[in-house]
Design a protein around this ligand. Structure first.
Ligand code: ZN
Length: 273
């Protein structure tokens, strides 16, 4: 490294023979050499572009400003993982289904596994305490998540808009007549297990509107009335959300309510009568 010399020292170099230049170390020992001046602003720039080993780039010589560590942002995946951990072994698809219910505005709480007799039961039941849009669901309603999602979607996309269209009112509540129950189809001996016994079915009997109007499925309204159109659309459109739709006229067991379920059939066949 070249050290800057004072004017006096430079004069000595001029006066001494050139041989003396090679003994400048000796001179330095007797003639005090001023301390190097502070580095000029130019020097760091030279160092910054230098590739000589040992040179420090300017950025490393700059004062160290503490950089706060970035906070971990919550992600959907982490939320899911958290819920899985909390609910101890709940399958991912069940967690995703429940997340969709929450996103739709369904109020519910997890219920304990139901192991009924003769194949009845629900592996991951939930208790619905409210439907989207503040729509009340009467009574204690326990279903599987798939049926709950179908019910919530149908309520939001069909019932609520139809209440507005046919009556100009807000849907405030739905009366359910049956949800989970361990029984055979229509409670008849010798028949298959009902979808109700798997948490896959719900029976709905009455719809409440904001002006106090109650539309009863079993009321047999006159053709062309708002009530008749309302119930017809609810039932027809229900087939897009549930795989089974029954009601008045289907048989003697469904004269006063709609039965909706999520029965699985070959080739995705739906039974809407
Ligand atoms: Zn039913």
């Amino acid at each position: 490294m070249i050290r800057p010399l004072s004017a006096r020292c430079a004069l000595l170099f001029v006066l001494l023979p050139s041989v003396a230049l090679f003994s400048s170390v000796g001179l330095a020992s007797t003639i005090p050499i001023p301390k190097p001046r502070p580095a000029s602003p130019v020097l760091p720039a030279v160092a910054a572009t230098s590739t000589q080993p040992g040179d420090l780039p300017v950025k490393e010589a700059a004062p160290i400003v503490p950089v706060p560590k970035p906070r971990p942002l919550p992600t959907k995946l982490e939320d899911v993982d958290l819920k899985v951990a909390k609910l101890a072994g709940l399958p991912g698809e069940e967690v995703e289904c429940r997340n969709r219910l929450t996103a739709m505005g369904v109020h519910f709480s997890p219920a304990g596994r139901i192991d009924g007799a003769d194949g009845c039961g629900i592996a991951y039941p939930i208790k619905i305490t409210g439907l989207p849009g503040g729509v009340k669901l009467s009574g204690r309603t326990v279903l599987g998540c798939e049926a709950s999602e179908a019910l919530a979607s149908w309520t939001t996309k069909v019932v609520v808009p139809q209440a507005k269209k046919q009556f100009g009112k807000v849907l405030t509540g739905i009366d359910q007549y049956a949800n989970y129950v361990c029984r055979t189809r229509n409670s008849q001996n010798g028949t298959k297990l009902s979808e109700h016994a798997k948490g896959n079915a719900i029976d709905l009997g009455r719809f409440h509107l904001s002006d106090g109007t109650v539309v009863d499925v079993g009321s047999e309204p006159d053709t062309g009335t708002p009530e008749q159109l309302f119930l017809k659309v609810l039932r027809d459109e229900g087939c897009a959300y549930f795989t089974t739709v029954l009601g008045p006229g289907s048989d003697d067991f469904h004269s006063d309510h709609f039965h909706f379920d999520m029965a699985k059939r070959r080739r995705g066949y739906r039974y809407c009568k």
